[in-house]
Every structure is written in structure tokens, then in C-alpha cells.
Design a protein around this ligand. Sequence first.
Ligand SMILES: [Zn+2]
Length: 328
Amino acid sequence: MAKKKIIPGAAIPPEEGRTLTIDGKDYLELNDAMHTFYRRTMGEHSPFFFAMRDEKKIIGAKCTECGIVRVPPMADYCPDCNFAVTEAIDVADPGKMLSTPPITYFAHSLFQEQVPFGRGRVILDGADTALSINVYTTTGILVPGIFHKGTEIKLVFRDKRVGRVSDVFGLPASELSEEQLATKGLQEKDISWEAATEPKMPKAGAKSKSVFEKTLKAMQQVVADLNDCERAKKDIAGWKRTILVKTPGGNCTIRIDDGDLSIKKGGTTKQDFVMVAKKPNTILNGLAYKGSLTEAIMMADLWISKNIEFMTVFKLERMARSLARSRK
Ligand SMILES: [Zn+2]
């Protein structure tokens, strides 16, 4: 099995550089790197990380004097009880959010594969202190309103665990079955990510059909322009996705095929994910660089069925920007 690197390949710039022209003079700018790697021991906190990695368990430190349970077990001796010893105890993996987690949509390269994610602190049942975790949803793209202070969550363990806090993440308990909630050490592979609930669509009238037809024509023109632009094509090199786009007046299918972008009228059953736009203009404007698809997602004007496909939306948006820049 290939070992995962600390710095993912996508974060490493290509060896070549670029030519910068400043005041009419050309300068060569090369990509270089300066790395510092270091080893970090988890020391006396190792049992916490071992338990998480190897046993899918969360352990806390319980003070033998006052009984406070600290999770993560950041102290072996209770600072409140004249440094009385603590004992390791198992805590449950459901819990409640301590506050409303902010959502990160734009992360730096190391976390780009995880966006969007909520970052919040959870008090696990049986614990007195909070654990910082990422939170997600199975209902589609993560948007504000899913998690609040007090939302009940369940910890889910990554299938591949290395001994970092990112080995676990939280899902709203309301999205899981009784059986899943009762499972200790619930794993990522036990979760259905295909069960996203599409937003309700307004009923299609004659007007929305004609709006769709008109918008589709305009989208086909924009897609043709994008597909003629070398710079934009590079943005989807190596990427393959079939997107079923639903709007009140009709459906269309956008296909990304390793540097080629196409759009056709009508749906598909072979989609990688679904996009729902109550106004087809939202997608047209995004592709035409007159609006932002990612912003539309944040404002709940555009919905996508899989959180991880935010990356694909990024790529479409990058294409739009590349075309706009190449026309300057
Ligand atoms: Zn104590």
C-alpha cells in the first residue's frame, strides 16, 4: 500500500517557474521550496491517540479526587486538586456541540481536500471538557444551520487512522439510524453518503421552462467558450465528473472529461453528484464569471449532493476565471 505523504502532491508546485514582466523588463521567477520536517512525540498523551487509532475508543483522564473527566486527557495530574493523580477511563462517543461551529470553505492547500468542514468543540457524554473536531453532514453540502450549540453528534472514526485528532469527525446524531448510534467505534465505511436529501423544487410552470431553455442556450455558449480556452481546459486536466443539474424548468448534464467540458440538455443516471439550482441563472453566472458558484452554495442558492464535490465546483469556478483572464 502506498504511504501517504505529510505534504500531498497537489500542494507541491511544479519545478518550472514563470516570467514576470515589471516595468517592461522580464524577470525569471522559479518555484523553490523550503521545508522543515520534525518528529513530534505525543509523550504521555500517547494512550489517547493509541486508543483512537487502534481501538476506536476515546479515553479521558478522570481525577481521583474531584472526579472531573478531561477529554482529551491533557493532564495526568489534576491542577485543581493539588495534583492528584488521574485515571484513564473510556468515554462515550456521542456528545453535544459546545458552540455553533464555524464552517471553512476556503482552506490552505493542506486542508483543501477536506472543505467545506465545520470546526467545533464537542463535549462527549461522560466528559467535562471539550474535544476539537471537524463536523460534516450526510445531507449534502455543509451549510450553516445544520450544527448549533447543543446539537447532538456522534463521533465517526476514519477508516484509515494514523493517531491524529483528524482520525475522528462528527455527524449530527439525527442523520444516523438507531443501530449506527448504538455502534461503538462507528466507522466512515458504515455511513451512507449517498442519502443526501435534495432541496424541494418549486413546481415547473410554462415560464420556468422557457427560462430554462433560454438559460441552457446561454450556458451552452459559455461552455463552448470555456472549452476553447486552453488555460481553462488546464483547470480540469485529469478530472472526470458527470454532474446532473436540476432546475425547476428542466435538467441538464455537465460533463468534465480530462480537459474537456460539455453540457447537454436532459438528465443522466450516471452522475457522480447532483446540483440543484432554483434559478438556472446561478449556474450560468458562475460559469460566465458574473457570479460565484461557491458563494451561491454558501447562500443556499445552489445545492450539491456531496460535500467532497465542492472541489469540483472550485474547478469550474477556476475555469471561469481563467477564461476571463485570458480575455484581458
Ligand atoms: Zn481534581
